[in-house]
Design a protein around this ligand. Structure first.
Ligand SMILES: Nc1nc2c(c(=O)[nH]1)N[C@H]1C(S)=C(S)[C@@H](COP(=O)(O)OP(=O)(O)OC[C@H]3O[C@@H](n4cnc5c(N)ncnc54)[C@H](O)[C@@H]3O)O[C@H]1N2
Ligand code: MOO
Length: 339
């Protein structure tokens, strides 16, 4: 540390806390270790009886925690991210808009392998709100080598954007509610309104809810109509499991050219189906989607709205964290489900 005149200390980094005491009123640090001295601090320091202070002698190859955190934040934050701070050496990364958080896990791990640098994030694929904090970063000591920050910048360049937010696009959605009991009016449709609500909450554009009995060709006919009307995502609800009348998977199979999965390693959601006709997704939603507040549907649908074409591997990787706790009050996404 170096002793300097207060007047000469502007821009320098304070080497230790400076305590201020006003009898009966205040005792505490007026300036904290690591604070960068500003011009307006000079009269305050003099008023505290400080004509000289100890500052950290920052060498050419070193960087202060505030600047380091800002540089890491700028290097790792991509589309849809803004920075807040630094505050006490930490920079937070926030969402510019509502969307799907994408974390490059390989890059995240590589960056955190650099000693004394930390970057903590929410889980990949979390649906985040505007202004929500999605990550935080800092270095551990007050000062570190510039070369470490340059490594973070290199990793971000080589491995691609580390943290970004994908916007959800308001895709056109058609719902076909299956079940002869509903089609014939024996029971009131409870599934359609629930799915309509989900579409609205996630920001999709509902075209129509149509009905079909447990007859494969009639379900196919409704799906085909939707596809002709430029619907981009079709939901088919019910009839997804093993009963003699469960024909929805067969209907989806017949109208699709790519079956990604029938069955998902998620509970609730075992009987879920995802298929594509070209880029149009056809989603079979089992009746659990009507009963439980959150199911596999909530893990998959935002990703499809964000423009992702999901593979079988994406569905398989839902297994870890795919068991819902089935809480009395559902706090999803603030829970382990889908993480
Ligand atoms: N023996 C087995 N039983 C069940 C299995 C299984 O593998 N073996 N799977 C279970 C799972 S997992 C689910 S999820 C459920 C339901 O699957 P489905 O999608 O086939 O459901 P449905 O048979 O069509 O209907 C079940 C129940 O819900 C009522 N329903 C359906 N749609 C509507 C609607 N639009 N409005 C109101 N009510 C509706 C329907 O009338 C039935 O009562 O199967 C488990 N069983
Ligand atoms: O598809 Mo059922 O989903 O597991 O309750």
């Amino acid at each position: 540390m170096k002793k300097v005149r207060v007047e000469d200390a502007v821009g320098a980094v304070l080497g230790h806390d400076l305590t201020k005491i006003v009898p009966g009123e205040f005792k505490g640090p007026a300036f904290k270790k690591g604070h960068i001295i500003k011009k307006e601090d000079i009269p305050i320091l003099k008023g505290m009886g400080k004509n000289h202070i100890y500052v950290i002698d920052l060498k050419e190859h070193q960087i202060h925690e505030d600047e380091a955190a800002l540089r890491i934040g700028n290097a790792v934050g991509g589309e849809g991210i803004y920075l807040k701070g630094p505050s006490e050496g930490k920079v937070s990364l926030r969402a510019k808009y509502k969307g799907l958080l994408k974390i490059n896990l390989e890059a995240l791990e590589t960056i955190n392998s650099i000693e004394l640098i930390i970057l903590a994030t929410l889980h990949n694929n979390t649906l985040v709100k505007k202004d929500e904090q999605v990550a935080g970063t800092r270095i551990i000591p007050l000062v570190t080598e510039k070369s470490k920050i340059e490594r973070v910048e290199d990793i971000s360049k080589k491995l691609g954007t580390v943290i970004k937010i994908k916007r959800l696009k308001p895709k056109k959605i058609g719902i076909v509610v299956t079940g002869t009991e509903v089609y014939e009016g024996r029971i009131t449709d409870k599934f359609g309104p629930i799915l309509k609500n989900k579409v609205e909450n996630y920001g999709g554009e509902l075209v129509d809810i149509r009905y079909a009995p447990d007859d494969s060709s009639q379900i196919e006919k409704v799906i085909e109509e939707f596809l002709k009307e430029d619907v981009e995502i079709v939901f088919a609800s019910g009839g997804m499991s093993v009963d003699a009348d469960d024909v929805t998977p067969k209907a989806i199979k017949n109208v699709s050219d790519n079956i990604v999965t029938y069955g998902s390693p998620v509970l609730p959601g075992a009987m879920f189906m995802l298929a594509y006709r070209g880029k149009k997704a056809i989603i079979g939603i089992p009746a659990c989607g009507m009963y439980y507040k959150t199911t596999v549907f909530d893990l998959v649908f935002p990703r499809i709205l964000a423009g992702e074409i999901l593979s079988r591997k994406d569905i398989i990787s839902l297994a870890h964290g795919g068991l819902c706790l089935n809480c009395d009050i559902c706090n999803y996404p603030i829970c382990p489900f889908g993480k």
